[in-house]
Design a protein around this ligand. Sequence first.
Ligand code: FMN
Length: 346
Amino acid sequence: MTTIADLFGIDLSIVQAPMAGVQDARLAVAVSNAGGLGSLPCALLSPDGIRRELEAIRNATSRAFNVNFFCHEVPAPNPERESRWRAALRPYYDELGIDPSTVPAGSGRAVFSADTVDLLSAFEPPVVSFHFGLPATDLLERVRRWGGKILASATTVDEARWLEARGVDAIIAQGLEAGGHRGMFLSNDVTTQVGTVALVRQIVTAVRVPVIAAGGIADAQGVAAAMALGAAGVQVGTAFLLCPEATTSPIHRAALASDAARHTAITNIFTGRPARGIVNRVMRELGPMTELAPAFPLAGAALGPLRAKAEAQGRDDFSPLWTGQNAAGCRNVTAATLTRELTSAS
Ligand SMILES: Cc1cc2nc3c(=O)[nH]c(=O)nc-3n(C[C@H](O)[C@H](O)[C@H](O)COP(=O)(O)O)c2cc1C
């Protein structure tokens, strides 16, 4: 079987999951230099930010690394939905003394465009990964021209077949246990989502390309189990959140280190798309899923000032605490140590 270590020319078949908002080049470099595949999430970065982080990676490692993008459709603004959402949040604005008329609209997430490929082509990242489907075929062709390998997340067998038909080099099977956004793109129905053990096995059977298991894998035994199911590698996110190289906020770190981390749920409150995080006040009171949240990524803007004010008071009531169902692997150890430990039983 081809492992992802063979596919990417690296030592260990471990991908550090790209995690927008909680990491930059530093975590990616640490994992790549330890022999895994470090990842740089670009969803929340400006073009200048992407360039800066890629320079930092190229200056700090000669090993393979991955850059990651979201492939969502940019939604048309919907003032009616927006005002319904703000009305639902009104009691919180009143409680925290925020004037709703000062709350800015819209919050962007970078999408993958021809300009992005122009920027990337100066750095020729060895691997490019996508969440929420794939960009246009001509953009993928340009990545392939510099030898870039293409990965994308699938959350169902249908999505895996769809990705294989478009020629991806490997498929990330993202099980329901995974922290952060569900990569789902052929359906909005959360009941279609499958746990990691079932999903990996089904996708391995359905496609011929290598499959990378993701979701709830946090130690060497979990990695060995995923490989026994036929995975060619493993993508681990949550377990890296307490590493010193991650930029995880103090509030998120405190939640991860507490019993609260044992209770996560899928919520659309923070961005408009389903994502898994530690259950907190706004998830309990308005959700975790609600029809009121505007389309991705627009839901986030109205929560921004609530989050900022609550966090300044040391409270996580309005913060997205993206975390998978298995936070047991979260420890304050270096990313290199964790990367090596993940493969020590295989
Ligand atoms: C804090 C956090 C942020 C995430 N951000 C991204 C992202 O920007 N892009 C992406 O493709 N996946 C993202 N994910 C999902 C991961 O790629 C992966 O599916 C998940 O971390 C695997 O499950 P685990 O967290 O249980 O290890 C994120 C996950 C977490 C926990």
